[in-house]
Design a protein around this ligand. Structure first.
Ligand code: PLP
Length: 346
């Protein structure tokens, strides 16, 4: 093996899904798949998740949602929330993809496309609960709800859900957002609609703040075994992927390994600890296609180094590396380039 590998553990992924599902029940787990399943690879993740019994997928965009539909089959619920073109809306309607709707304009375009195609759109209206990142403003909410109801009566729309996104940065801010969310749900109920998919929380809030959970919890990171930066380890959760490189050269008391910044390893990670057959060692420097690691007795060309992942040695996680450079574990994974081979390990 000369190229580095991201070794995917379906059993670890599945165990994480089980742990998350047990933790958030009776809220239903929606597995979030954005950024190519957080760098793990979409088809592997969807396949493994289908085997784990996942029924709701969060695809981010419609194009990804169509891929999920092909892999997961006709019964899966697929939620795509990025504002999309009319052409993409048409695909979503044909493939029964649930649409997250954060602007009045997008709602109107979806209704127009549903009318043109003679289809009914599954819509989840998004209330802006303070993040100001795509979301219908509270002052426009009543109008949006009324227009959605009208389209529902015309058979053009199924009012499937109400949702929002919270920062998960402070409990107090999240509480305020939760109140705004509940107000929005109340307005929807008063209109006579009865959406069953109510969702607000992602990994951290779903795990730690049960009172904020809706009927669905949209979760990515924890299912992939990525804990929050500066957050604690989580019971029953471990990395679903390990990044492995091999020793390509020996140089005195140092070794050279076949991974570098061209593979997406940030050069600022030098100084981190990585797992070697001799125990944890320091990553001395990161080059373009090779990097230098402190040696150990008996090091040989071909030895495997675990840069991060669940292993017997070292157990450095993507988040532990990320904390060193003030970012999040997700970013360490999603920056890995296609030079890193994704290999299903078990
Ligand atoms: C990324 C994302 C999630 C999942 O967040 P995690 O912290 O990875 O669980 C949920 N909802 C939305 C809208 C997102 O963009």
């Amino acid at each position: 093996m000369s190229r580095p590998e991201l070794r995917l553990s379906s059993s670890a992924f599945r165990a994480n899904i089980d742990a998350v599902r047990a933790r958030v029940a009776p809220s239903t787990l929606m597995l979030v798949l954005k950024d190519d399943a957080y760098g793990h690879g979409l088809s592997w993740a969807v396949d493994a998740a289908v085997h784990a019994g996942i029924e709701w997928f969060g695809s981010y965009d419609i194009r990804t949602g169509l891929s999920v539909r092909r892999i997961a089959g006709g019964d899966a619920r697929i939620f795509a929330w990025v504002t999309s073109t009319d052409e993409e809306i048409d695909h979503a309607l044909m493939q029964r993809i649930d649409l997250g709707v954060g602007t009045l304009d997008y709602l109107r375009r979806i209704i127009a496309r549903a009318e043109a195609l003679g289809r009914s759109a599954r819509v989840h209206l998004k209330i802006d609960t303070g993040l100001h990142r795509n979301g219908i403003l509270p002052e426009d909410w009543a109008v949006a709800v009324a227009e959605a109801r009208e389209a529902e009566h015309a058979g053009l729309l199924e009012f499937a859900g109400v949702w929002s996104h919270i920062a998960e940065a402070s409990d107090a801010d999240d509480d305020i957002a939760h109140e705004a969310f509940l107000d929005a749900v109340r307005v929807v109920r008063e209109s006579g609609a009865n959406p069953t998919a109510l969702h607000l929380t992602a990994s951290a809030a779903s795990w730690w703040r049960p009172e904020l959970r809706g009927t669905i919890s949209r979760i990515g990171a924890f299912c992939y075994g990525i804990r929050s930066a500066e957050g604690p380890e989580l019971d029953g959760i471990r990395p679903a992927a390990s990044l492995v490189a091999t020793v390509v050269d020996l140089d005195g008391d140092r070794v050279s390994i076949g991974i570098g910044s061209f593979d997406g390893l940030p050069s600022t990670l030098s100084g981190s600890r990585v797992g070697t057959p001799g125990g944890a060692r320091t990553l001395v420097s990161v080059g373009h296609t090779a990097s230098v690691v402190e040696g150990w007795p008996g090091a040989r060309v071909g030895d495997e180094i675990v840069v991060f992942g669940a292993g017997e040695r070292g157990d450095t996680s993507a988040t532990t590396l990320a904390e060193r450079i003030d970012t999040v574990g997700e970013e360490i994974l999603t920056r890995l380039t296609p030079r890193v081979r994704r290999v299903v390990a078990d």
